[in-house]
Design a protein around this ligand. Structure first.
Ligand code: GDP
Length: 334
């Protein structure tokens, strides 16, 4: 493909031209040094045009109905006049092997909706790399005029926390279960959720789903206490039949409006920026540490000594850091 210059990218994105938006995201996702410099210049120019969208994270275990939900929910939103971008954070995915999330074939209506843009998860490898690419893609999407950004994530590992750290509101999809409703849901994820919906509330499952939603709502009221700033509402819906989705949107809007009116939205986004800054510093430092020749040379022997009980883990960690520091710190007086 022919190289595109910065101005063409900027204008193309601001004009919302799909092909250029897609190319801009590919550029932002690229880890090649030449691309990274251009990507940062592009993002700097787009930044003043971003930040106006509603950023919503969506999570739930595989099979809960995330892609069916996003297809139906996104279609509802475009029918209301919104422009919807779907991004995904799935560190396990590789573009060639087919990603679990954001796969266009999983969102049949949205994939052909001119007011929507579905992008599979970047395959940058580490969670830090994937999260960075997704955050930056969000800037591109917002500058291109998408006013609702849905960020989908698999319900595994730390990816939910990474997504919660880049959105305004976090929506958790869950299923009705008999017995202990809380058992199947990871506690940490409940703490991230701003709105919860029990999916597959249709046909013979409708009653169970509604009962489960009530039970969970009660548990959350206990968990949050009555003076809480926001107690996550628990709804029920059917992604397959597109029912209950308006209320999910209403509650998400309410949550965002409350954040906004309390001045918390701006504060939250600023805090997120600072958090990302340090996350990137950590990722970069760790990358350099692992790539450092002296560290690579010293590590196997230190690891062996730890395994054989001849060196404490603390001492080994100190040695590794000393080895790294000797190479990155200029000698005193230099
Ligand atoms: P994901 O893995 O979370 O993305 O889940 P999918 O969207 O791929 O859905 C998993 C399965 O559940 C598919 O067979 C869907 O057809 C089905 N499904 C999704 N939403 C609903 C729903 O609202 N009701 C019913 N009955 N089935 C659903």
């Amino acid at each position: 493909m022919a190289a595109i210059d910065l101005d063409t990218y900027v204008k193309g994105v601001l004009d919302g031209r799909r092909a250029l938006v897609a190319r801009a995201i590919t550029l932002v996702e690229s880890t090649r040094p030449g691309h990274r410099a251009l990507a940062q210049e592009l993002l700097t120019q787009l930044l003043p045009h971003s930040g106006r969208a509603r950023r919503i994270g969506i999570s739930g275990v595989p099979g809960v109905g995330k892609s069916t939900f996003i297809d139906a929910f996104g279609t509802l939103l475009t029918s209301l006049g919104h422009r919807v971008a779907v991004l995904a954070v799935d560190p396990s995915s590789t573009r060639t092997g087919g990603s679990i999330l954001g796969d266009k074939t999983r969102m049949e209506r949205l994939a052909v909706d001119p007011a929507a843009f579905v992008r599979p998860s970047p395959s940058a490898g580490t969670l830090g790399g994937v999260a960075k690419a997704t955050r930056e893609s969000m800037v591109v999407m917002e500058a291109a005029g998408y006013d609702v950004i849905l960020v989908e994530t698999v319900g595994v590992g730390q990816s939910e926390t990474a997504v919660a750290d880049m959105v305004d509101s976090f929506l958790l999809l869950t299923l009705a279960r008999t017995g202990d409703q809380l058992q199947g849901i990871k506690k940490g994820v409940l703490e991230l959720a701003d709105v919860i919906t029990v999916n597959k509330a249709d046909g013979p499952h409708e009653r169970d789903a509604k009962a489960a939603a009530r039970e969970l709502a009660g548990a959350l009221r206990l968990m949050h206490g009555k003076d809480a700033f926001w107690t996550p509402p628990v709804l029920s819906c059917s992604a397959r039949e597109s029912t209950g989705l308006e209320l999910v949107w209403e509650r998400l809007e309410q949550h965002r409006a409350l954040l906004d009116s309390a001045g918390r939205l701006t504060a939250k986004r600023r805090d997120q920026q600072v958090g990302w800054t340090w996350a990137m510093v950590r990722d970069e430092l760790l990358g350099r540490l692992h790539a450092d020749p002296a560290v690579r040379e010293a590590a196997p022997d230190l690891e062996r000594q730890v395994r054989e009980g001849r060196l404490t883990a603390t001492r080994a960690a100190e040695r590794i850091l000393e080895t790294f520091e000797e190479r990155t710190t200029p000698p005193a007086g230099a």
